[in-house]
Design a protein around this ligand. Structure first.
Ligand SMILES: [Zn+2]
Length: 1009
């Protein structure tokens, strides 16, 4: 590769000065050559090792191919025992922190801050590196940045903003190793901190004096320690296969970088708080899965629809400049754009994009550990494309040091460019905030409004708490108010209804909201995150991007099942209102009497209450009723012998409104017992079920966490459990994957347990001597017996397919779609059987998360499944006399009456005919036929948010089915009701199943034959 020799850079430098004198070609004139200051001695031993561990000279740069010496400040070697990126060395988080604190002690240019704890109690830190002068005046600087971040404080005065910009130094926040098998960032960031603190070269000095670099060296701390364990096991067991990293954090693996919307993980919350507290301009997140440095700051289309165009321009400027700088340094394989689209705001870096900063992300190249490995790339990785003019090499020896060289060089060139242009970027920071504040008049909407009379105050509070975590200001109306609503366009429904709807649309609509209504004003600095979360998404099926990188829809009001009005009428901003802080749903007891009723509005807190008051008997009403002047839904909790004080305390903590009644209502009830729950996982992937564990833990619903291997050896599951949850497992729920597990015919056992080498692996999760065996056929038999004997097995998406394929029930075919494209979209579902306990508390429609089904088709006849219902295709007349709707006739014969065909809807179990009942040994008796609880909406009504193509294939099909089997039930979901903390509105479908496990047949109407 063509490394530019330093002398030619100097020559260019000199020429450029001449040019700058002649005209103002300023960029080159200001260039600072990268490389060490000859007056400052290098740490020769450390430098020699850098060069030794770098596998080719072009995998390094003059910025990192040496280490400046210091008499007082320790190098990373002090903790690592070798240089950063050395083969065989991966430090635990606490070693990284130990080094950062040594730096802090030895240098006035470094400060370490504790920024919070993880789910497993480990510390997260942020390290600030800058000049002594800057660190001394951090608070004054922060105060200036705070004014730029909230332009209301300077009355949107651009001249004042310019003065503040001129006095301020920016903050550039770097986060490392959120993805645990991507192991290089911690050592790269240790060394980067050292360089920024110690190096006296003009290049580094300019960065140090001109800005604050803030570093979180380990973002997923729990996962880092597990990954280091695995690597140590690998070193201690040479020649053996090592266990794959099935758990990263306590709950999720790769999805920890999809939490920036819901903010349910500690790492997201801690980074978000740090970003906002520091009023940082950039959040730059480091990943390692693409050779050699993919700057996907810019990414591909479609870009997120809610970000300011100023930001998308910044993405391009920064990314291309970064590519250019590194290409000029002679480093191959640096590129931007590529396959990643920038639609979803769920990535960690998007905390910046949604809070008026700049989101950035690197994929460098890692070996998932610190081994040096000969790496051969796939053709599409080394191909030269329009966005990758200088691609990586098809084959190369690659070391962790190479990776560290790329990470540090990329960051240093970025930091210098940012520092050079800080006036521009700080002004943009202000302008983006200002445009967020002027949003109501400039672009709308004026506000989002959450009415005080929402029937689901608990879920409403949960949604508002997400906004609070996102640092969005929430207000509460002091009195009732009325606003104009945009006229509704006539819906494109079935013909015949259009005329009335058109007339209705002509009348300007208004809506009155009661006092206490929540208002999310859009004239605030962080209006964009609220807008992005509460608005609807539309991804066109014709979009040139055919492979969305992640979910395409997420509308939080819909997924939380709460009312959110998008209000464009600016009058809403003049309503008398007060700031709402620490929003909580009101709870407690009203009224007098010994019987207590808690309305069921499908709020998850009901399940928390059931488990908290374990010894109190609770019943569920099987019909709606009125009492004490109030209406109560089906599923309402009725408590006859509760201790009022205990109930009062629990209800107020959980935000549940309890009504005391003099007499028990008279309708039929059944007991709501605290079911004994098992949640089953495989040893191949614990990602998607992790969101289920998290949801249950946050609700304090207890469960045993067991693997398919435990099911394989547990003869009597019914003795321990009432309900077994089998959330999605990934890999399509294939029978082979679930039953067989990983290959055991060769290789060595893969233990997941704590040993001297691996003290952190298990945490509070599960363990095994060998991750390879799966459910096995004995496990299948145990699950079957569990259901036969009365257990409830809850299956979701791929595990529903699994249950159907292995015959755990006979009546539901769960097929992968052929044409449907619903990529993490929000689809509308309709209530079919309100009397089913699974539906308790729900209204007529529910928006749900759907990621390509599966498509459920029901049958009444064993062996008759797999029949795809075609709807309109059925019942078409044959060729003959008359018009389409006339009957045919036979010449020479009197017309005979045609017997009526039994008709059924797409989602229903088809009724059986008398012909089928003749010797009908395959006909499933009515009581054992599946009961449809929810179905997907009709095609024209199906899409709520995101991408939907080929929706006909799943429209009207069942989305939640209760399939009786033996004495038990297999409950099957085509939607995913517990996903990333975003689908709280559908949690109650799962919780209702759990709470009513032994009464799921309540209210059931059976077919006559
Ligand atoms: Zn990653």
């Amino acid at each position: 590769m063509n490394r530019q020799p330093k002398s030619s850079l100097r020559l260019l430098h000199g020429l450029a000065i001449l040019a700058a004198l002649a005209c103002a070609a300023a960029a080159w004139a200001q260039d600072v050559p990268p490389g060490r200051d000859p007056k400052q001695p290098a740490d020769e031993a450390y430098t020699a090792k850098i060069r030794k561990y770098t596998t080719a000279p072009y995998f390094s740069s003059p910025l990192v191919d040496y280490l400046p010496a210091s008499k007082t400040v320790p190098t990373p070697e002090a903790v690592l025992g070798d240089v950063a990126g050395a083969p065989g060395i991966l430090p635990y988080a606490e070693d990284v922190y130990k080094y950062m604190r040594m730096l802090e002690k030895a240098s006035p240019r470094v400060k370490v801050y504790s920024i919070g704890r993880t789910e497993e109690g480990r510390e997260m830190i942020a390290v600030a590196v800058s000049s002594e002068e800057n660190l001394k005046h951090l608070e004054e600087n922060r105060a200036r940045l705070a004014k730029l971040a909230d332009p209301r404080t300077i009355h949107l005065d651009d001249a004042e903003a310019d003065r503040l910009v001129a006095q301020s130094v920016p903050v550039y926040y770097i986060t490392g190793t959120i993805h645990s098998p991507e192991t290089g960032a911690p050592t790269a960031l240790m060394e980067l901190a050292y360089r920024l603190a110690v190096d006296e070269s003009p290049y580094i000095r300019e960065i140090r004096d001109g800005m604050v670099t803030l570093i979180t060296p380990v973002t997923e701390v729990d996962g880092r320690d597990r990954m280091v364990d695995i690597y140590r096991w690998h070193l201690a067991n040479p020649g053996k296969f090592w266990p794959p990293l099935v758990y990263w954090g306590k709950y999720v693996a790769h999805d920890n970088n999809r939490d920036a919307m819901g903010v349910t993980l500690k790492l997201t919350e801690n980074v978000l708080n740090t970003f906002v507290l520091w009023k940082a301009q950039v959040l730059h997140d480091l990943h390692e899965s693409v050779p050699y440095l993919y700057d996907n700051t810019a990414g591909d289309g479609p870009f997120n629809a809610w970000v300011d165009p100023i930001l998308t321009d910044e993405w391009e400027m920064i990314a291309w400049r970064n590519v250019s700088d590194m290409t000029r340094l002679g480093m191959p394989g640096v590129f931007t754009h590529g396959v990643f689209d920038t639609w979803s705001p769920g990535y960690l870096m998007f905390i910046a994009a949604m809070h008026n900063g700049i989101s950035r992300l690197y994929e460098t190249f890692g070996n998932a550990g610190a081994d040096t490995v000969e790496r051969t790339l796939a053709p599409d990785e080394y191909a030269r494309t329009w966005f990758r003019q200088n691609p990586p090499l098809p084959k190369a020896s690659w070391s962790q040091r190479d990776n560290n060289n790329y990470e540090e060089t990329g960051l240093l060139t970025s930091l210098l460019y940012f520092e050079r242009n800080k006036a521009l970027f700080l002004k943009n920071f202000y302008l983006k905030a200002k445009r967020s504040v002027t949003k109501p008049a400039a672009e709308g909407p004026a506000a989002y409004v959450l009415p005080a009379d929402d029937p689901r105050p608990g879920l409403q509070a949960a949604l508002l708490q997400v906004l609070e975590k996102q640092q969005v200001e929430i207000s509460r109306a002091s009195s009732s108010f009325t606003v104009a609503l945009p006229p509704k366009k006539p819906a494109k429904g079935p013909p015949g209804k259009g005329a009335e709807e058109k007339d209705a649309a002509a009348v300007p609509a208004t809506r009155e909201f009661p006092a206490g209504t929540y208002i999310i004003r859009m004239d605030q600095p962080y209006s964009r995150i609220a807008d992005a979360l509460l608005d609807h998404q539309y991804w066109s099926p014709d979009d040139p991007q055919k492979t969305p990188y992640d979910d395409t829809g997420w509308t939080f009001g819909e997924l939380f099942n709460v009312q959110v009005a998008r209000v464009t009428d600016p009058k809403v901003l003049t309503v008398a209102m007060e700031p709402a802080k620490d929003v909580r749903a009101p709870g407690g007891i009203t009224g007098t009497g010994d019987v207590f009723a808690i309305n069921n509005a499908a709020e998850p807190a009901l399940a928390s209450l059931r488990y908290r008051l374990r010894d109190t008997s609770i019943e569920a009403a099987e019909e709606p009723f009125e009492a004490g002047g109030q209406k109560f839904n089906r599923g309402t909790f009725v408590l006859r012998n509760a201790n009022r004080a205990d109930l009062e305390r629990a209800a107020s903590e959980l935000g549940l409104r309890v009504v005391a009644l003099a007499d028990a209502p008279s309708m039929k009830t059944h007991p709501v017992r605290a079911a004994r729950i098992a949640l089953v996982h495989t040893w191949q992937s614990a990602q998607t079920e992790g969101w289920w564990r998290q949801a249950l833990d946050l609700l304090q619903v207890p469960y045993d966490y067991i693997s398919t291997q435990t099911v394989a050896v547990e003869d009597n599951l019914n003795a321990k459990y009432d309900v077994i949850l089998f959330p999605p497992v990934g890999f399509g729920g294939s029978i082979t994957a679930v039953i067989s597990g990983l290959p055991t015919a060769w290789g060595n056992p893969l233990p997941w347990k704590n040993t001297p080498e691996t003290p952190n692996l298990v945490g509070k999760n599960d363990s095994t001597d060998d991750m390879r065996p799966g459910l096995g056929w004995s496990g299948v038999a145990h699950l079957q017996a569990f259901v036969e004997k009365g257990g409830v097995l809850l299956t979701v998406m791929d595990t529903a397919r699994f249950a159907s394929s292995i015959g755990l029930e006979d009546s539901v075919n769960a097929a992968p779609p052929q044409k449907l494209k619903s990529v993490g979209s929000v689809l509308r579902t309709n209530l079919v059987d309100a009397a089913s306990p699974i539906a308790y508390g729900y209204g007529e429609t529910l928006s749900a998360y759907c990621d390509d089904g599966p498509v459920f088709s029901l049958t009444s006849i064993v062996g008759g499944r797999g029949f795809r219902r075609l709807g309109a295709e059925l019942g078409k007349r044959p060729t003959g006399r008359g018009t389409l709707t006339d009957p045919d006739f036979t010449p020479g014969r009197a017309a005979t009456a045609i017997p009526e065909e039994p008709k059924s809807e797409i989602w229903e179990t088809p009724p059986v005919t008398s012909e089928q009942l003749r010797n009908g040994y395959r006909v499933i008796p009515p009581a054992l036929r599946p009961r449809v609880v929810f179905r997907y909406a009709d095609s024209h009504d199906l899409l709520v948010s995101g991408l939907l193509e080929g929706g006909d294939e799943i429209a009207q099909h069942a989305s939640v089915v209760d399939a009786p089997s033996g004495k038990g039930h297999v409950v099957m979901f085509s939607i995913n009701p517990m996903w990333r903390g975003e689908t709280r509105g559908s949690y109650a479908l799962v919780l209702n199943t759990i709470l009513n496990f032994d009464s799921l047949n309540a209210g059931r109407k059976l077919a006559e034959k």
